[in-house]
Design a protein around this ligand. Structure first.
Ligand code: OAD
Length: 230
């Protein structure tokens, strides 16, 4: 089986009703990164940070995967599909994708603020002040904040180098190191970029740009890729 690697961002979950970050009306227009998504924010105001992620988690329980998530799960019938997502939601898993690497963490998990290797499932939507790890320190969201290392970047680069076909879906490619992953691919493989606002990406050959919403474009692309395999 050929391997398809898919790098996804907030845009793939937009049609499920989850806001992206940098579109007009996106989350970073309503909140400041410095106030909710940095280690300094956590030191300054834990209540505000907990509340920001609690609201995101609460919303996650109210939404469903969309046609784009399901199309990627469908591709598993003919391909080895490895998803690298910048998203902290679990919509890929809920749609049935079985190989998902979360580069920026997972909303439904918490980690110790003392030892990031202590990770726990959160029961329900709310992480509270006073919820503690086994070493008695406050639990924080299991999310990579700006200014923190991205521990999964090396496995993600290795996965990217295994791709026979590479799809990039719903990401502004603004945030590094995630945006650099496309440069780890083998030269000359077919690459697809699906994003209504996509630009050509410098230095990438064999790139097909589909300027459409993921839920519209991905089911058709998945069908085409599967038809080519039979
Ligand atoms: P962005 O908000 O930066 O980009 C979302 C992209 O999705 C944009 O290019 C949109 O054009 C596109 N888009 C919108 N609707 C779409 C649709 N229906 N189908 C396909 N594409 C659509 O989000 P990311 O690139 O994911 O990190 O942002 C990367 C990281 O920055 C996030 O993981 C998060 C954020 O700050 C952390 O919080 C650490």
């Amino acid at each position: 089986m050929k391997t398809i690697v898919v790098l996804t961002g907030a845009g793939i979950s937009a049609e499920s009703g989850i806001s992206t970050f940098r579109d007009s009306g996106g989350l970073w227009e309503k909140y400041s990164i410095e106030e909710v998504a940095t280690p300094q924010a956590w030191q300054r105001n834990q209540d505000l940070v907990l509340d920001f992620y609690n609201q995101r988690r609460k919303q996650l329980y109210e939404v469903e995967p969309n046609a784009a998530h399901y199309a990627l799960a469908e591709l598993q019938k003919k391909f080895e599909v490895k998803i690298i997502t910048q998203n902290v939601d679990d919509l890929h898993e809920r749609a049935g994708s079985s190989d998902v690497l979360h580069l920026h963490g997972e909303l439904k998990k918490a980690q110790s603020s003392l030892d990031p290797s202590l990770v726990y499932d959160i029961d329900g939507w709310e992480l509270k002040k006073g919820d503690k790890c086994e070493r008695d320190s406050q639990l924080r969201p299991h999310v990579v904040w700006f200014g923190e290392p991205v521990p999964m970047i090396e496995p993600a680069a290795e996965i990217s180098s295994q791709a026979d076909i590479y799809l990039v879906v719903g990401t502004s490619l603004n945030v590094y190191p995630a945006a650099g992953l496309i440069h780890y691919t083998k030269p000359g493989i077919p690459m697809y970029l699906i994003d209504p606002l996509a630009d050509a990406v410098a230095g990438i050959q064999n790139l097909t740009v589909l300027r459409e919403q993921a839920g519209k474009a991905l089911p058709g692309l998945a069908k085409k890729l599967m038809a080519n395999e039979s």
